[in-house]
Ligand binder design. Structure first.
Ligand code: PAF
Length: 298
């Protein structure tokens, strides 16, 4: 019997994936949606390997929340997170646990600072999902998700996610390190695939793209070292991801193709800021961002 009120903020692919996954273990969350209108029950559909399950969940916009928010999973884009959280702030219960699932870094730090009276957790996930239709998500890539508190040493708050959940979720005491590990790989791959409008595997072309990739890896490794984080295996990890996801179009390249704002300010933008604070030169990251900007990719 779960007495806490669970909410998922954001009804994009990750929001629908997490809401459906919770519903599948009997914790039916309310889904906080952006659009106005009344509270409504929606048929949330989850497709995995051609099989579709359906769950009835309540979709509610921020101003109509009618229960204290005890457990909150935030699935908005990094750039929208603070504003979305502020819109529901009055409804957060005193001991609310907030789990942030944003790509990149920077937004988590801001939330942890501004919501310091709550327990803020972050997640680093490799699950892949896309919306087939509104409220219909396809769980296309079964990955794993690390979760851990951003501040303090709390270990419980999301226990239900760690055992017999339909997503693979693990606890990590140093979630910031996990976020950095993913960020470092994304810093090397994502912007470059958007600039060259290519698949991940095409970066290993033995030519211009690959030599640029190598330079980004070297600079990223220097920043990791400056942060006191392990950096020696970065080259292998980046090449490994390019090989394993060779046919994938990175999330950033997809955003660029659709003319959408990318997460680059929270990926390479974050790295460049950290490098500046550590006085580590990252000229190739800066050139990459400048060329993307000139190409209208933000
Ligand atoms: O952002 C993405 O698309 C993914 O994190 C990655 C690893 C680049 C694979 O496409």
């Amino acid at each position: 019997m779960h007495c806490d009120n669970w909410f998922v903020l954001g009804a994009g692919s990750m929001g629908c994936l997490w809401a459906a996954s919770l519903a599948s273990i009997g914790i039916t969350p309310r889904l906080i949606v952006r659009a106005g209108g009344d509270q409504q029950r929606v048929a949330l559909r989850l497709t995995v390997a051609g099989q579709t399950q359906q769950f009835s969940v309540e979709a509610v916009c921020a101003r109509l929340i009618n229960a204290p928010v005890d457990r909150l999973i935030v699935c908005t884009k990094a750039r929208d997170t603070l504003a979305a959280l502020h819109s529901i702030e009055p409804f957060l219960s005193d001991n609310c646990h907030i789990l942030l699932l944003q790509n990149g870094m920077g937004s988590q730090e801001m939330v942890a600072k501004m919501f310091s009276n709550h327990t803020v957790w972050a997640a680093s996930s490799t699950d892949g999902a896309y919306l087939m239709a509104p409220f219909h998500v396809c769980h296309a890539g079964l990955g794993e998700t690390w979760i851990g508190p951003l501040t303090g040493t709390v270990t419980d708050g999301f226990d239900e996610l760690l055992d017999n959940f339909r997503l693979t979720v693990r606890y990590h005491a140093d979630i910031e390190q996990k976020l950095w590990e993913k960020l470092a790989v994304n810093c090397c791959i994502n912007g470059l695939t958007a600039l060259f409008d290519c698949r991940n595997g095409e970066l290993l072309d033995g030519d211009v793209k690959q030599s640029w990739l190598d330079k980004l890896v070297d600079e990223t490794a220097l920043v990791l070292q400056g942060m006191g984080l392990p950096a020696t295996s970065l080259h292998d990890r980046v090449y490994g991801v390019c090989q394993i996801t060779a046919d994938n179009i990175s999330s950033t390249c997809q955003d660029a193709r659709l003319g959408r704002a990318t997460e680059l300010p929270f990926i390479n933008g974050f790295l460049i800021d950290k490098a500046a604070a550590l006085t580590i030169p990252v000229p190739h990251h800066r050139t990459l961002m400048a060329q993307l900007e000139a190409a209208g990719i933000h």
